[in-house]
Ligand binder design. Structure first.
Ligand SMILES: Nc1nc2c(ncn2[C@@H]2O[C@H](COP(=O)(O)OP(=O)(O)O)[C@@H](O)[C@H]2O)c(=O)[nH]1
Ligand SMILES: [Mg+2]
Length: 360
């Protein structure tokens, strides 16, 4: 799962990236590379399973965060995203849009005024326009193709692109529209930006951290949209959090009235928004959490681990996490009948502990 941080200059992306990943902003910048960070998904179940199975290593699920440089450094007036940037953005599974709600005389605002709703609207407009441009381009070629040699697939693609265009011209991002599975297949390759799940991170002013609900009120219309979420955080405070030893963290958070670190909140929201769930595998070498989309069948879940396991799939031996923890041993689960044999069409559930049987 790859999540791209995006937003206007000086909105706090690098600060948040550092807070999420533990990498210092200067580290990444100094190397002159695009900062990519793999963040472990906190999941107590993995720890618990590792205690029981005592494997050589335990591997939690991970999410990749990337901060793409949007505009040329130093050019603070230019807030638009470049074509090259938008192209890279298309490879993301979800977008994390950071908008600035902090005032700081030491950090001049590129637009002179703090207005996160405006910044959100502007970013959405950029995504819409970029998608429209992709569609216009494709349209021309498709129409020529159909004129020369009419075929069903092209005609269907043209029809779904027309639907997309109507939405975009009406300023409705594509993520609000539920496409039929066959339509989805036809447009998947375009990786439309406005179709990606969007998490808006409102970078709060430190003094507003206790009035989060109030500050976020103007974002209500977005928070209620499908595939969209809004969360408040302070990138600066989240950075400071990293300095705190575990023992003092709770007290520090309580001081600010913060329930849990933004990193945990963001990861949980990403899972919810993307419809992700985790299943677990175990063995003497490793206990591991795997991330899949809700609705993934046993066969495809096996494929996540290795294509051989998918190819030679025989069956899955499944026990739900809670049932396993209740007795603490697989043979005991077998005796009690909580360990089930499932076929390739079994939809994997969150917390399933699975052993795949396969032969190649
Ligand atoms: N006061 C305050 N300053 C912040 C906050 N987040 C970032 N900054 C400062 O704003 C400046 C720009 O932040 P940066 O993360 O580099 O923004 P980016 O351009 O979006 O990557 C830096 O000097 C940060 O220290 C915040 O929540 N509060
Ligand atoms: Mg930055």
């Amino acid at each position: 799962m790859k999540i791209c941080l995006v937003g206007p200059p000086l909105s706090g992306k690098t600060t948040l990236f550092a807070a999420l990943t533990g990498l210092s902003p200067t580290d990444a910048a100094a190397k002159g590379q695009e900062p990519v960070a793999v963040v472990k998904v906190p999941d107590g179940r993995v720890d618990r399973l590792a205690e029981i199975f005592k494997p050589k290593k335990k591997t939690p699920a991970t999410i990749e965060f990337i901060e793409l440089a949007g505009v040329a450094a130093g050019d603070s007036r230019k807030t638009g995203f470049s074509e090259q940037f938008l192209g890279k953005l298309r490879t993301a599974d979800a977008l994390l849009l950071v908008v600035r709600n902090f005032a700081d005389p030491a950090v001049p605002h590129p637009r002179e005024s703090v207005d996160p709703v405006r910044d959100l609207r502007d970013a959405e407009t950029e995504f819409l326009l970029s998608d429209l441009a992709v569609i216009e381009n494709r349209f021309e070629r498709l129409e020529k193709q159909i004129a020369a040699n009419k075929n069903d697939r092209d005609v269907r693609e043209l029809a779904v692109l027309k639907t997309c265009r109507t939405h975009l011209e009406g300023e409705r991002p594509l993520r609000l529209h539920e496409f039929k599975p066959d339509e989805e297949l036809l447009i998947r390759g375009f990786r439309f930006l406005s179709q990606k799940p969007l998490i808006v991170a409102v970078n709060l002013d430190e003094k507003d951290i206790r009035r989060e609900a109030e500050v976020l009120a103007p974002f209500k219309p977005w928070a209620n949209l499908p595939n969209t979420d809004v969360i408040g955080l302070s990138a600066k405070i989240e950075m400071e959090l990293r300095e705190f030893p575990e023992a003092e963290l709770k007290a520090f958070l309580a001081d600010y009235g913060i329930e849990r670190p933004a990193r945990d909140k963001l990861i949980a929201e990403t899972y919810r928004l993307m419809g992700l769930l985790s299943f677990f595998t175990f063995g003497p070498n490793e206990v591991k959490a795997w991330t899949i989309r809700d609705g993934t069948k046993a066969l495809a879940a096996a494929g996540e681990i290795h294509s051989d396991i998918e190819r030679g799939f025989i069956r899955a031996e499944v026990v739900p996490y809670d049932d396993f923890i209740a007795v603490g041993s697989i043979p005991e689960c077998r005796t009690r009948g909580t360990l089930r044999l499932e076929g390739k069409d079994y939809p994997v559930r969150d917390g399933d502990i699975i052993t795949f049987r396969f032969a190649v």
